[in-house]
Structure formats: structure tokens, C-alpha cells
Design a protein around this ligand. Sequence first.
Ligand SMILES: Nc1ccn([C@@H]2O[C@H](COP(=O)(O)OP(=O)(O)OP(=O)(O)O)[C@@H](O)[C@H]2O)c(=O)n1
Length: 433
Amino acid sequence: MSQGMIRDGKALLKKLEDAGHEAYFVGGYVRDSYLKRGIKDIDIATSALPEQVMELFDSCIPTGLHHGTVTVMIGSVGFEVTTFRKESEYEAHRRPSGVEFIRSLEEDLRRRDFTMNAMAMDRKGRIRDPFGGRKDLEQGILRCVGDPELRFREDALRMLRCIRFASHYDLEVEEATWSGLQGNIRLLQHVAMERVRAELERLVAGDHPYRGLRLIADSRLLRHTKVKLQLPWVHWTVQELPDALASIGGLPNPAHRWMLLAHLMSLSPQSAVEEGGKLTFSGKQIARMSRFLSFSQRLREQLDAMRELDPLSCALIWKENVVTIGSECAQDWLDVFGVVPAALPSTDNGGGRWTIFLERGRMWLQEMPVRKAADLALNGQQLAAHLKREPGPWLGRALMKLTLEAAAGHVPNNRKDLLVFAESLTREWKNDA
Ligand SMILES: Nc1ccn([C@@H]2O[C@H](COP(=O)(O)OP(=O)(O)OP(=O)(O)O)[C@@H](O)[C@H]2O)c(=O)n1
């Protein structure tokens, strides 16, 4: 975040103060600036009522007036400004059904989830910390504000936030907080799958993801999602976590962390589609995952079928999979197993055989003159015209065959050679539909 944004935030606080209101930075911004970590956005709490905030600033979006929130725009940056509030009742363990605007900062901080999230900072950088957030952070402790039971019952998503924060900031969950969480795991069923997925994504993408996965296993939380997941992950105890999962944090790309996890669950491409859908991953994320799993599965089957390890056949297998499944998944495969080779399953013919793909896969990928039909120096129309055949299902198969041959380097990728090769196959296709 730019210094400019912080400066604008301070100017915003000053304007509220000059108008006779109290105003503070709150939430993640205070926590992360205290920890000297990167900051994404700035939340502000004020004694001013939403209408008073809107009167003071030219550009405001009434984001959540019921809950006292107005987004004040300064340039293209939005600052969420929320009136000090108390949350009276919680609906379905997710959101407050009613809020009461109050005058006291301390009361506002009291309703928050964890002590490190219940600190406020004025524009001069002075911290208000009535619940000991700084002390807890210094001691490496994550603790609920007040009664943990109540905090988790109010908002069941906080259980996942608890695990995410504990792993990302490498904190020990304080005893009463952890038992409060454990006593309420069933309430996760009230949380929308989109929210569950978003938290899990942040956990997996964050620092120390393995710690988070251990806490997930320890809590048994995932057994209680709204839509039941059919994933081994859900039932893993801490002892059952695969050893190779401990290396998950070594993968810089979050997508690759999910691939490692899916691979270690022995997930089939089909289950990835089904379970990924339940978890509301995007179609693009699901497709990439399922191609990665198909690639990995095909490679294993072909390797198992090979009596003796033959580099030439391995290169052909690799290239064929790149053409039929996609080059992105070959890249993903190399990125995942290059960092965590221990996750590769032992093949029937000995685990050491994978090394050939790890060592040469990237080179094989680079040397491929074509990786997909669109890379051919010939398109379907030209092929059909040359062979004087009506386009039909045969054409897709013909192009695939040509792509495979060109990818393997058996036919040069130029129109003339491709056509000659295609002619030699004419008889084979003659009786095709
Ligand atoms: N379920 C929640 C969500 C939020 N908060 C409070 O609202 C603040 C802002 O919430 P949010 O923006 O969701 O999270 P951050 O704490 O800012 O951190 P992050 O953005 O990393 O989630 C939190 O710090 C916390 O004080 C809470 O008490 N309970």
C-alpha cells in the first residue's frame, strides 16, 4: 500500500475529528502495521453517524448503511468508515440482525473477533488496545475478545478466520479460544460455501499453510460444511496428513499448493470437478486442476505399463500428453513436483523412474515444434480441401493425429510435409464418417 493512501487515511481521520467526532484506524490495518506487514486496505471506526460521514465527504458510497458503513472515496481508493456499534442479535450464526450505534470506541472493539483485531490507532499513531492485542501478538498468541464461545456462535466464519490467522501469523491458539472453536464446529454448516472457500483459499495462499492444514485436521471443522464434501482431506487427522504435505509452503503459487493437496488426496479429475464445484471454485480453476490431475494420472499409468525405462518412449508419452491434455498442465506438473518430488507416488516399477520427467520434461516441452492443433502450419479447412473431403468428425481426428506426429518431430511442421503425411493416411480415414 502506498504512503499516499495512509496520508489520505490520516486526512480523513482529521476531517472527522475537526467536525467534533472521534475517529480511528481499526482492524487489519492496525494489526498489520503493528506487525510491519504489508497492508491491503484501511478500515476506520468513528463516533460519527453514517449521515454525518456522508455530509462531510464529497464522494461516498452507502455500502452498508444498516450496519453503519459508508465507503469514503478519496481518488480511486475506498475507505470503509463504520460508526461505533454494538451488535445486538446474530442471525443464523453469521451476521448481526441488528446493530446499535454507540459512542464508545472500547465497546466497539469489544464486539470484534480476536484481540489482535480489536486494536485502534489514532492519526498520530497512538494505539488503543483495551484487550491486550499487542501483548498477545508479542507472545505469539491468538485469543478471542471476551468469551470465545460467544464469539464463534455469533459468527461461525470466525472459526476459519481463527485457523487462517493462526497459520498466517504463526500464532498459538489460546486454550479457551481453541476449546470455544471445537465446541462450535457444527455451526460451520451455517456458512455459505463461497465464504468457506474464500477463507480456505487465503489460508492455503498465506504464510505457513501447513500449520493451517494441521489445525484444520485437528479441529475436524471441514466435516461440517453446508454442502458435504467427499474429500479424504475432510477426514484426515493430524497423524494422517501425508508427509509430503509439509512441503506445501515451498510452492510459491497458490494454485500449485491446491494441486499438491489434490494429488495427495489421490483425487480423480472427475472428483475434482464435483468437489471443486461444491467449494465454488471458478470453472477456470476447476478445469486447470482437473487437467493437472489427468496429466499426472496418465503419466503414471503409462510409466507403470513400461517394462524398462526407455527415454525415447518417455519423451513420446510426455509429448502426447501435452498435446491431448494441454501444455499448461505439463508446466504445472513440473512446477509442483519439481519442488515436492517426494509427493510422487511410487510406480510399480520403482519410484525413481519419475526423475526422467523431472529432469527432461521442461526440455521436451520446449523442443516441441507444436503443442496443439492451432500450432500446426495447416488448418482443418485446408486439409479438407486438399483431400477433397467434406469436413466431418474425421477432420478433428486427422488434425489430432497430425499434431501428435508433428509434436513428436516425426513430421516437419510445414504445410507441404503435413499434407504429404495426411495423404499417406488417406486410406486409413477413407471409411471414416
Ligand atoms: N467475522 C468477523 C470479521 C471481522 N471482524 C472485525 O472486523 C475487522 C475487519 O474485518 P476484515 O476486513 O474482514 O478482516 P481483517 O481483520 O481486516 O483482516 P483480513 O483482511 O486479513 O481478513 C476485523 O479486524 C475484526 O475486528 C470480526 O470481528 N469478525
